[in-house]
Every structure is written in C-alpha cells, then in structure tokens.
Design a protein around this ligand. Structure first.
Ligand SMILES: C[S@@+](CC[C@H](N)C(=O)[O-])C[C@H]1O[C@@H](n2cnc3c(N)ncnc32)[C@H](O)[C@@H]1O
Length: 290
C-alpha cells in the first residue's frame, strides 16, 4: 500500500527489536493475565508493524489463528519472511478486508493514537463476533535513563543534529503520526462510546535494565542492541528527512560513532562495570467486549 511509516517514522529494526523485548516470553504472564482471551480462536492484530506482537501471540496462544494487518508494505514483507505461524496482510484499519463477525479478538499496540477513533473502533466492532474482545495497548510515559557512554555527544554529532533540526519541526504531522492522542481516561471512554461493554483498564510495567542480574547475558545484549538499532534507524531517517542538508559520508561517520558507543556499552556490561541505564516502559491495556 505504501512505505511511509518504515521510511520516515520508525524503521523495521526499531520496531521489531524494541517490541520483541517488550513482548518477550519473560513477561508473558503479565500480558496473559490482562488479555483474558484463552480459548479465543481467531485473533486480528491491527497495525502490526513488522510483527513482533503477532509472533508472541502465536506462541502464547498456539491453538489460535493469528492475523496481522498494516498499511506499510515493508513491514508486511518483513513479517511474512521472518515470522512463521501468523498470517500478514497489507490492509487499512479503516476499511478492513474481512467479513462482519469474523474474529474473536482484535488487538493493537501503539496504533490507536494514529487513527481516527470512529474508524479505528468502528471497523474492529464490525469484524468482531458477538462477545469478541477488543484490546488496545498504548504506551504511557515510562523511565528512560541512558548510559553516559551513549548520552555524551561529540561536537560532530551536535553539529549534524543542529543542522538537521529545522527539518524535524512538525515533520511527523506530515505522516499523520499521533493525530489522535488520548489520555488514560479518554482511551477507555472512547472504547465505551464506540459500543464496547465491560471495559477495563490495566497497566503493565516492563523493566529493561541490562545490569539487572535477573536478565541473562543474551537478553542484556539484546536490550543494548535494540537501542543501538533505534539509534542507527534515527540516522537513516535523518537522511530521508533532511537529505539536502546531510551528506552520505556524514551519515556513515555518524553511524560509526553510534556503533562505537554501543560497542563500549557492551564492553562495560561484559566487564561487569554496571551503568544501571534503564528503559522502564509503562503500558496501558484497555479491554472491552462487543
Ligand atoms: C507505532 S507503529 C506500531 C507498530 C506495531 N504495532 C508495533 O508495536 O511494532 C504504528 C503502526 O500503525 C500502522 N498504521 C497506521 N495507520 C494505519 C492504518 N490506517 N491501517 C493499518 N495500519 C496503520 C503503521 O504503518 C505502523 O506500522
């Protein structure tokens, strides 16, 4: 359909690596407790991006058929190639290519704020069966502390980001990003107003702190590298958004610096020199029934 989101807003690596951690099996029980969809057979994920949540849903509910839809062709191509067990389709959440009353669950993660609520809820209501479950997962303000070896910027980095700065002013509006934000009261109210009953809210915290001894070395590395991939994706987006102001060699140099910082963070972790940098996400889960 298009490749806007994956080119200008969030690249594949950013979404797939960060979501794979947030929906990791380690946190499975937290999600299962609030989803309450055991025994529901057909699950539709709206705005699935590169498919990390659909992948977890397939593994957590092996008897269910999981479908993911998104307008971004790059995301759907990635999901089809890399994720087995779920089916992925390029489709618009405001005109779902599914029959009325055909799903038991409609679920989305960080999508509701980007789609006009009447269409967002209206289409999910239409395709859900009677007593079908609508789950809206929405990121709230968490805690994010960066390690000093990553936070410190060279003069070169400062100058580049400053030069590109004006291009980033309001640029997300161009791609209809976050045009419909809702606070913690508006979200459940909106679900209710669009016909859903028995609406409930829950909050899930996921503490991604590499130095925490409860995490394996593999998971700690995955946390650091997920941030590395987000940072590298930001550099790629910089080229798309402010390409006239930044040269390709400058982008390469920026990427080299980013990689060196994250290599240093990994080295500190491997040596046991704790930084206690953290990404503690607070996720709101709003659940309603048709
Ligand atoms: C913040 S991203 C979240 C992606 C995914 N849920 C995740 O957590 O990785 C928002 C997603 O919504 C998709 N999206 C936006 N408007 C859409 C629409 N009308 N129909 C389907 N997908 C849409 C974007 O392409 C993008 O993949």
């Amino acid at each position: 359909m298009n490749t806007l989101w994956s080119t200008y807003v969030q690249n594949i690596n950013t979404l797939y690596s960060s979501r794979s951690l947030r929906f990791a099996d380690k946190f499975k029980e937290k999600y299962l407790r609030v989803f309450v969809i055991d025994g529901k057979n057909r699950i539709l994920e709206i705005g699935c991006g590169p498919g990390a949540l659909a992948e977890s849903l397939h593994s957590w509910y092996p008897d269910a058929k999981v479908y993911g839809i998104d307008t971004d062709s790059n995301f759907i191509a990635f999901a089809r190639k890399n994720i087995t067990g779920a089916q992925f389709l390029e489709a618009d959440a405001t005109a779902l290519p599914f029959e009325d009353n055909s799903f038991d669950v409609a679920i989305s993660n960080t999508v509701s704020e980007h789609i006009e609520p009447l269409k967002f809820y209206g289409e999910q209501y239409r395709v859900l069966k009677e007593n079908g479950v609508c789950i809206v997962i929405s990121a709230r303000k968490g805690i994010n502390i960066t390690a000093p070896c990553i936070a410190e910027e060279t003069e070169f980095e400062k100058e580049i980001w400053q030069r590109a700065g004006e291009y980033f002013v309001d640029y997300l509006k161009r791609y209809d990003v976050c045009q419909y934000p809702q606070n913690e009261a508006e979200l459940p109210l909106s679900m209710q107003e669009h016909g859903f009953k028995n609406v409930t809210t829950e909050y899930i915290t996921v503490n991604l702190t590499p130095d925490n001894p409860c995490y394996s070395k593999e998971m700690a590395h995955a946390m650091i590298n997920a941030n590395r991939l987000c940072a590298l994706d930001s550099v790629d987006i910089l080229l798309h958004v402010a390409g006239e102001k930044i040269t390709a060699p400058e982008v390469e140099e920026l990427k080299r610096i980013v990689n060196a910082k994250y290599d240093k963070r990994i080295m500190l972790y491997n040596k046991g020199i704790k930084q206690w940098d953290t990404d503690m996400s607070v996720t709101m889960v709003v659940r309603g029934e048709k």
